[in-house]
Design a protein around this ligand. Sequence first.
Ligand code: BGC
Ligand code: BGC
Length: 856
Amino acid sequence: MRSGKGAIGFCSKTAIMLGSAGLFAACMAPATRAANPETASPARERSVENAGVADPQIWSTATDPVPENPAIEARIAELLAAMSIEQKVGQIIQADLGSVTPEDVARYHLGSVLNGGNSAPGGQAYATGPEWLAEADRFHAASVRPQDGLPTIPLIWGSDAVHGHNNVIGATLFPHNIGLGATRNPDLMRRIGEITAVEMRVTGLDWTFAPTIAVPQDDRWGRTYEGFSEHPEIVASYAAPLIEGLQGEVGDSDWLTGSHIIATAKHFLGDGATEGGRDQGDSIVSETELRDIQAAGYIPAIEAGVQSVMVSFSSWQGRKMHGNRSLLTGVLRDRFDFGGFLVGDWNGHGQVAGCAATSCAQSVNAGLDMYMAPDSWRDLYTNTLAQVRSGEISMARLDEAVARILRVKLRAGIFDAGPPSSRELAGQFDLLGAPDHRAVAREAVRQSLVLLKNENDALPLRAGQHILVTGDGADNAMKQSGGWTLTWQGTGLTPDDFPGATTIWQGLDHAADRHGATTELSETGEFDHRPDVAIVVFGENPYAEFQGDIDDVAFRDTANSLELLRNLRGQGIATVAIFLSGRPLWVNRYLNASDAFVAAWLPGSEGGGVADVLFGDHDFSGRLSFSWPRDATQAVLNIGDENYDPLFAYGYGLSYAAPGRVGPLSEDSGLATESRSEPGLIYGRGETPAGYRFYLAGSDGAAVTIGGTGAASGDISARRIDHVSQEDSWRLSWTGAGTATAAIEAPAPLNWARESNGDIALEVTWRVIQAPSRSVSLMMACGDNCAGQWEIGGLLGVLPTAEWTTTSFPLSCFADRGADVERISTPFALRTAGALELDIARIALGSGNEARQACP
Ligand code: BGC
Ligand code: BGC
């Protein structure tokens, strides 16, 4: 359980010395897991009483395109009359696969399950088609098991199929939405929707949490790539065809059935307008801007018959959307006439003022129909039931929410469809990643590429050339696929996880054969034969929600790609940059070092689409759907801005038919200090990010900063050792003669509430040299008298000695043990009174896929 309830505080009488982090007594009250900025500051909520309250009258009206069906309405009335209160409450709750069993579904009458980005059947990181289908059958069977004369109501299963059916191995992976935005091709959206629905049907799932119709305004947001465009016109023109592709067309006999599934428009509303591009943040925009920009896709989505809308984690003018009655009921339901149901987002209800993940009448009363309560569902069920009994949630409102969910289930034919494996297309696993599906994805890749620069005849590639293909993205299906791919953040994957995929290198290699050119692959840029041209594939590493939030729009190069480009160019070799990214980033130095430069976004599994265009089989046709920055401070840069001054404007894109000249660009980032560090990195390559301090504190209490060639304090010392490159790691040695600590202190308290709620873990890459002789505490401190500690002596004792491994410690466990995750001052401390020797290479926040530890 990640909810605050049931968390056990701990109290030890020993005072802990943490060097300069201060002296604190480790005696903590049970974790205050409020993780709730609004409950933390009720004063703010009161002082802005009317902020965040919309006036529905100023919003356009829309009409639900689905005609009332008397047979369905009669069936709903019948069901409501026969259902128990418990069954109704269960119906409005959705649990996550990682925290629920089929037995639970039967017992609590749950209306739905989802698989969050990190959940898959059998507790695996990800799973194959047959495993998904079998699991879908198990959950379905539990939901329709007859019980005490109650009506049986099949569940529906929701999944983030956001760029194809991306949680399933071997599925077709389409470019992420930012790339689709560049294609300016609404018809392609329809075909992508159709294929995604077919592949979902194969695995027996009913419902996708897509499309995202956010209109991202600040490119620091880690979900920018989930949006089609910064401009509402593209978003509005894509919403309907994509939804019709997924669901079919309202009025057709196979609407929501046959090869179709249920779609979700998300996240309502204002997810793309948060201050600073902070994920789950606050959109402080005016109501007009909220309506005209952020809501642009919703009317077309509703008029195309979308059957669910997901509520946004974010706030509007300080008020959390999950509690915003004026927008959920006043605008979406009443004004827009939305006839489907509103689903929440991952414990998002718990962030409403006065709520917890396990209790939130406010959300249902504001208009939410189904809570997404991944791990909190059990206590939420109990509390919601009590709230219905006490009248805090009226029976009428509960019935209405249930009716809205039942209506969608009836429309989708779920009641009569039988087990998922018996439905149309189910089990036809050869349709996962089928050649004609991949062909559409490849077409999408081709059309998504935006040519930013092409000089000195660098492109197209031609017969007779010897082509070097290099860069860390060249032969890397994981990197070209981005977040929401098999794992939530899209990290921790190997080539074997992408059967049937084509990397950019593989595509170029095949095309070279066809065109009479030769190729050579080398990630580092060395070559056997001097090339005529080098294709350098590089860019952002995968990330998803808030892990990808950054402070400025400079590209954070983790692979020395600039040196690679400059080095090749310095040898007189023509350079073609293929830039993989989830957003436009400031790359002037790279543009200067390249003869040609292609923004390839996150193309997905069909890297062959890149070669199609590079060899000139097709011309470039992609146009920027986001403005490209002239310097790294231009995070908020949108067409229509006053003083709009991009490097490449919205709509820009060169082609062979319409070339242009870019010329040399300023290499001044505009930033006072350029951060080289990756988001979430606490320590890596032997260094801590600017402002952080890695220190040792021996029993005499003196703290000594680690640096130079080594450091020592009392009974602990550190010296440099080699991991990947020379002296890029530290060896820490505890003598065992007294208690000593190695710790990393942050320059200012870190607020990791969001990370903790999102199941993020502290990932430590280390190697035990000498196992501990006594207990060892791993600690996270939060100022004076505040810490969460974890006994890991046993774990270190069983890690293989002399072998590098990564171990993941979920943040929520530290919170459960007393750390206040809203103000972490010391994100990492290791303390023992015994002897111990270990090497540390890297400490960072991550999705924790590797050796994830259960809470102590
Ligand atoms: C995301 C949603 C997603 C949901 C389920 C949330 O954290 O914001 O977009 O659909 O998780 O995985
Ligand atoms: C995401 C889920 C993800 C989970 C990790 C949530 O915030 O939306 O999709 O699986 O965190 O546990």
